[in-house]
Design a protein around this ligand. Structure first.
Ligand code: FES
Ligand code: FES
Length: 160
């Protein structure tokens, strides 16, 4: 069955016609062309498809698009501003927080939510928050360093 949903996608209000069987991952990636939303396990195990729904991280492969009517969706494309790279992304570049990059958009969204909700973070909190995001390449040390570096940028006011 086809229905219309109204969402705010990366700060832009939009109305989308979707099939009620479609997942949020399918709609974002296939219909909206947001290729940062990676398709991998499709079982909620890897976190590669993580996006924010009303500021909370979700595995978009497990969410039916019909359930996000009237909600705000943020993908990592939405972090960039007028072609300015987000300080969180810059921190990952500066600290070698990725290698192949497959897991990176999902990790960025989870880290972004963590940094926005927590005043204080430590390595343990970062690791706990990213436990649902599997990375086969980095060993996580540089990911944690990247999030710590992003926290410094946030605290200095370089954030949006
Ligand atoms: S593709 Fe969604 S959790 Fe792996
Ligand atoms: S950088 Fe390759 S899977 Fe994480």
């Amino acid at each position: 069955m086809k229905i219309n949903i109204n969402i705010t996608l990366n700060s832009e209000p939009c109305t989308l016609e979707i099939d009620t069987r479609e997942t949020l991952l399918e709609v974002l990636r296939n219909k909206m062309g947001l290729k940062s939303v990676h398709r991998s396990c499709l079982e909620g195990e890897c976190g590669a498809c993580t996006v924010l729904v009303d500021e909370k991280p979700v595995n978009s492969c497990l969410v039916l698009a019909a359930t996000v009517d009237n909600k705000k969706i943020l993908t990592s494309e939405g972090l960039e501003q007028k072609e300015r790279i987000h300080p969180l992304m810059q921190a990952f570049i500066d600290n070698l927080g990725f290698q192949c990059g497959y897991c990176t958009p999902g990790i960025l969204m989870n880290a972004y939510a963590l940094l926005n909700r927590e005043e204080e973070i430590d390595d343990q909190k970062i690791r706990k928050s990213l436990e649902g995001n599997l990375c086969r390449c980095t060993g996580y040390v540089n990911i944690v360093k990247s999030v710590q570096a992003a926290k410094k940028e946030k605290d200095s006011g370089n954030w949006w």
